[in-house]
Design a protein around this ligand. Structure first.
Ligand SMILES: Cc1ncc(COP(=O)(O)O)c(C=O)c1O
Length: 394
């Protein structure tokens, strides 16, 4: 059977960790593993009302259909909050950010081409590019300062011209940093100077917990940055709805690639979401979400501080859904994870699964999600984690 599949599939395998996380989804486990939004925060009732309106009063929500212009206009307004001015013809609807990344990879990569990314990054991007077997150039990154833009420039100065650079500037998954305005400007400038497009993956851009929101990288360079947005973390991932903002030519090509993948983004989901966004309730919903996640973040940090403050370190994320916790280098967090499954029953992601190549910094770190659990579960989960870590303290 394997012989009939494309060559690249023979090198791929499901990670043992994914299997493990599925096996540990029972109620006795507390999960800080997956990046799930809070179930209690889904605006289920309002979406049900929108669904009723759409299904009973609009003529074609169950039909194949072109992108809903009403939704694109709402996204255009949202983009202005990220500092991006665009026309609706530059907005392309997708079935989530993951599809956005995959479609862009399909458009930008020939087999064996080079890409540039951080040494620790979102695994979904690596999965999206895997069929093209790219040569992956990495630059150092850091949970506080983020991607090393100077190093990225040094790589480009050597004459390398990657097919794209991939960045997650706000609420980075997994490192949790939010890139400064200056670094965004420099990245945007690099893209233009060296004519290397940036894929700006921004599913957390609307989840800023501090007052000042930093504009998207795209706001500094409209031509060389392809912006990828998503409703997964601000409405519900079950909608499977996201978007790309790019130039008209790219949008045209994207629609060809998208047609081959799934014909069109679900008409029903588009219309339900457009109805919901048209009401003021969305602004209220987003405010509530930010408030709730800020308080869950604070709660996790308080418990980390009281229980592990003398042993672990982290930075308070100003956006996103994760805290990146670093332990002394002697701690192997993969080992910690295996032990946790058997004893304390708290799940998290060991840092090394996000490392493009092995990384000492990542190997002794964990990614904790703070959005999914309520305050009691957060306290209980951190208590369990701390008990586990204490057993490893020398
Ligand atoms: C950085 C990043 N990009 C993309 C995605 C995928 O998002 P979506 O549900 O919109 O496909 C995620 C989901 O966790 C993510 O963290």
């Amino acid at each position: 059977m394997a012989q009939r599949l494309a060559a690249w599939t023979q090198r791929t395998k499901r990670s043992a960790l994914q299997d493990m996380l599925e096996l540990t989804s029972g109620p006795e486990y507390i999960s800080f593993g997956l990046g799930l939004p809070s179930t209690e925060c889904f605006p289920a009732e309002q979406l049900a009302i929108s669904a009723g309106e759409v299904l009973l009063r609009q003529s074609d929500p169950l039909q194949y259909g072109p992108p809903t212009e009403r939704l694109k206009r709402q996204i255009q307004l949202l983009m202005s909050e990220r500092g991006v001015t665009c026309s609706t013809s530059q907005i392309f609807l997708t079935a989530g950010a993951q599809q956005g990344i995959s479609l862009l990879a399909r458009l930008l990569l020939d087999p064996g081409k080079t890409i540039l990314t951080e040494e620790v990054t979102y695994t979904g991007f690596l999965q999206a590019v895997e069929p093209y077997q790219p040569r992956i150039l990495t630059v150092p990154t850091d949970p506080v300062m983020g991607i090393d833009v100077e190093q990225a420039e040094k790589v480009l100065q050597t004459g390398e011209r990657p097919a794209c650079m991939y960045v997650i500037p706000s609420g980075h998954n997994p490192l949790s940093y939010t890139l400064s305005r200056e670094k965004r400007q420099r990245l945007a400038q690099l893209a233009a100077d060296y004519e290397v497009p940036i894929i700006e993956d921004d599913p957390y851009g609307f989840l800023a917990y501090e007052d000042s929101e930093i504009p998207a990288v795209k706001s500094f360079q409209p031509d060389w940055v392809y912006y990828v947005g998503s409703f997964s973390k601000i409405l519900a991932p079950g909608l499977r709805l996201g978007w790309i903002v790019a130039g008209g030519e790219i949008v045209e090509k994207l629609s060809i690639v998208k047609e081959a993948a799934d014909i069109n983004t679900r008409t029903l989901t588009q219309q339900i979401t457009a109805n919901f966004l048209q009401k003021d309730e969305f602004t209220e919903h987003l405010q509530h979400l930010r408030q709730e996640y800020r308080s869950r973040r604070n709660s996790m940090i308080d418990h980390l501080y009281t229980q592990m403050g003398d042993y672990a370190s982290w930075t308070t994320p100003s956006s996103g859904l994760f805290i990146w916790v670093r332990f002394p280098e002697s701690v192997d967090t993969m080992e910690l994870f295996r032990e946790s499954i058997a004893t304390e029953k708290v799940t998290f992601f060991p840092g090394n699964i996000f490392a493009v190549n092995e990384s000492q910094m990542a190997a002794s770190s964990v990614r904790l999600n703070f959005s999914f659990n309520n305050h009691d579960k957060i306290e209980e989960g951190i208590t369990r984690l701390s008990r586990l870590v204490n057993r490893h303290r020398k």
